[in-house]
Unconditional design. Structure first.
Length: 240
């Protein structure tokens, strides 16, 4: 009995030591991976990297991680217009089947899904937020964007001296662009006759290019705090 108790104690101690070693190793790996992503993507701050799954050491031995989450704050994406940038407040990616080198200097995920959030103030920079001629001696501009409910976006449009009008619009993704298209335009003092010109104000698009690892836009919807975009990709290269 004494020998059995000793054996059990040894097993428990070894188990605890293994768990401690596993957690220390994963913490070190997350730090190294975060540094490599920051360097590869030229980020201004270090992203959060979480390596999921237990035990980590067995994944390490196989040079492939099952599930890695990366979160980047204030990512500056290209807009494809000669150096322009658009700020993504929160960019999160869930990476599956991540193969990596022994020193973590290179890593490629078999697949990735994620989300990105762009504030309404940031997206407003894309809209015609300066007075633009729409004919009949009138000028119009978009003065605000907000959540319109059910995934729609609401545009606040100022036309000349008229009160602000609100236009409910749909969002969609076409290639690397987020598009905003008015569902319909209000009839305001004959402005229905100038729908084509009005749409030069209400309908616009924003390119979002060169996201980390080559992930691509998938879908988009309006939410409380901004526009939520889902992203996805395959053979996503994180570093190296």
């Amino acid at each position: 009995m004494r020998a059995l108790r000793v054996l059990l104690i040894v097993v428990v101690v070894l188990g605890v030591l293994f768990v401690v070693a596993d957690r220390v190793a994963v913490h070190f790996a997350e730090g190294r991976a975060a540094d490599e992503v920051r360097s590869a993507e030229h980020l201004s701050s270090t992203p959060d990297v979480s390596i999921n799954g237990f035990p980590f050491l067995t994944q390490l031995a196989g040079d492939e991680l099952d599930d890695v989450e990366v979160a980047i704050k204030n990512y500056e994406a290209d807009t494809g217009d000669g150096g322009g940038k658009i700020r993504i407040d929160d960019l999160k990616a869930d990476l599956k089947g991540v193969e990596f080198s022994g020193d973590y200097s290179s890593a490629t995920a078999a697949g990735a899904t994620g989300t990105a959030l762009i504030s309404y103030d940031e997206l407003l920079k894309t809209a015609k937020s300066t007075p633009t001629d729409i004919g009949f001696g009138l000028k119009a501009q978009v003065v605000g964007l907000s959540d319109g409910g059910n995934g729609k976006i609401r545009l606040a449009v100022k036309v000349a001296s008229f009160p602000v009008i609100h236009v409910l619009s749909s969002l969609d993704v076409r290639g690397d662009k987020v598009r905003v298209t008015a569902d319909g335009l209000p009839k305001l003092a004959g402005l229905a006759l100038a729908e084509g010109r009005m749409r030069t104000i209400t309908d616009f698009q924003q390119a979002i290019d060169r996201l980390p690892g080559g992930i691509k836009l998938d879908s988009v919807r309006a939410a409380k705090d901004g526009v939520e975009i889902t992203v996805k990709g395959s053979h996503v290269r994180l570093a190296g």
